[in-house]
Design a protein around this ligand. Structure first.
Ligand SMILES: C[S@@+](CC[C@H](N)C(=O)[O-])C[C@H]1O[C@@H](n2cnc3c(N)ncnc32)[C@H](O)[C@@H]1O
Length: 339
């Protein structure tokens, strides 16, 4: 049976998300693409969708509505008129003891106008046998509006408690997943993240076949803490505490894939960001083999382009994707070492 889902994806990588999901989900078919969201069908289990690393919050959908105005209100009205349809949907996906509440996704300013109908709908559903817990439900029945399309479904990932230990203190795991995908992962990869931080990039990369994974950082304590918390075996990684400048003299094995997220937050306060980038690119050059791939995320597009052009064809930019991360615009670059 095919089920309908809605998933949040970082603004700018919707097409890449489609390519990745095609490989990950059985009978994947796109229904609609809008900025930051994908609606799709798959015959896979909803638990497979809720466990995906490459998407943000996901919903299993009961249905969608094309409406011109008052979208959320009209969807709420439809739900009140069709409690039986909602109950069959809940029974199909969730076990009997599980609890729900109704949430309308909107700005905090707007929430007041839906409150009364939300309570009424919860009362109707309770009367039809649903277990309602408005404080700490297991799941939320969500009413959403995206570009005049209304949706009703149940959120299957993305609750604050769902931000797993893998993701804590790191860039978003969907963003890290796209970066890894852009490096064309292969089982022969000698993979390196030279500024690994809390390690989301190497940890996600280790879910796929590889030859070797190196992760380095000037300070490795955050990564070591996370590995301990996740009860992972250190056998899977070679962890190196080193400045990026000195790293080429520490790693003797040639690296063919380098995926990294250089410092963002405090880079503005670095006395010489240009120099930092130049030195970083010199190290990338020493570390990477010919035809090796470098995937980098950085808001400093001019600087990256300058470093690439100064490399005199050592590096060639193959792709640049503009992406929004927590509302801030940045870029993911796929760069090939040509010489
Ligand atoms: C944006 S964070 C990386 C976060 C990482 N992607 C994660 O999700 O946990 C940048 C990292 O670069 C490291 N770093 C800063 N300067 C460095 C240098 N000169 N050499 C190596 N690592 C450096 C910082 O310690 C920090 O962990």
């Amino acid at each position: 049976m095919e089920n309908l889902y809605l998933s949040q994806v970082p603004d700018g990588v919707e097409d890449l998300a489609v390519v990745m999901l095609k490989n990950l989900l059985v009978n994947f078919k796109v229904e609609n693409i809008s900025s930051g969201f994908l609606t799709y069908k798959t015959s896979g289990n909803w638990k497979e969708v809720s466990a995906l690393d490459c998407v943000g919050t996901s919903y299993v959908l009961l249905r969608s509505f094309i409406l011109l105005n008052n979208v959320r209100m009209k969807v709420l009205d439809w739900c009140m008129q069709h409690p039986g349809v909602i109950m069959s949907f809940l029974q199909m996906y969730f076990s009997q003891g599980q609890t729900f509440r109704v949430v309308v996704s909107c700005s905090s300013k707007e929430i007041g106008k839906y409150k009364e109908k939300i309570h009424l709908l919860e009362k109707i559903l309770k009367g039809n046998g649903a277990k309602i817990n408005t404080g700490h439900p297991d799941y939320e029945i969500r009413i959403l509006e995206i570009e005049n399309i209304g949706y009703v479904g149940v959120r299957i990932s993305g609750k604050p408690g769902d931000i797993d230990d893998l993701q804590k203190n790191s860039i978003r795991k969907d963003v890290a997943s796209y970066m890894i995908h852009m490096s064309n992962p292969s089982s022969n990869d000698v993979f390196l993240d030279p500024m690994g931080g809390a390690g989301i990039i190497p940890l996600l990369r280790s879910k796929m076949p590889y030859k070797e994974i190196y992760v380095a950082d000037v300070k490795t304590n955050t990564l070591l803490k996370k590995i301990k918390k996740l009860k992972l075996s250190l056998r899977d990684f070679t962890i190196i505490e080193s400045d990026i400048v000195k790293l080429p003299s520490v790693i003797s094995q040639p690296v063919n894939k380098l995926v990294t997220d250089p410092p963002w937050g405090y880079i503005e306060s670095m006395s010489d960001i240009n120099r930092f980038y130049q030195e970083m690119f010199k190290s990338f050059d020493k570390l990477l083999v010919k035809d090796g791939i470098l995937v980098l995320i950085s808001p400093h597009i001019k600087l990256v382009k300058t470093c690439v052009s100064k490399s005199k064809k050592t590096f060639v930019i193959k792709d640049i994707i503009k992406i929004k991360v927590s509302g801030a615009e940045t870029y993911i670059y796929k760069i090939k070492k040509g010489l």
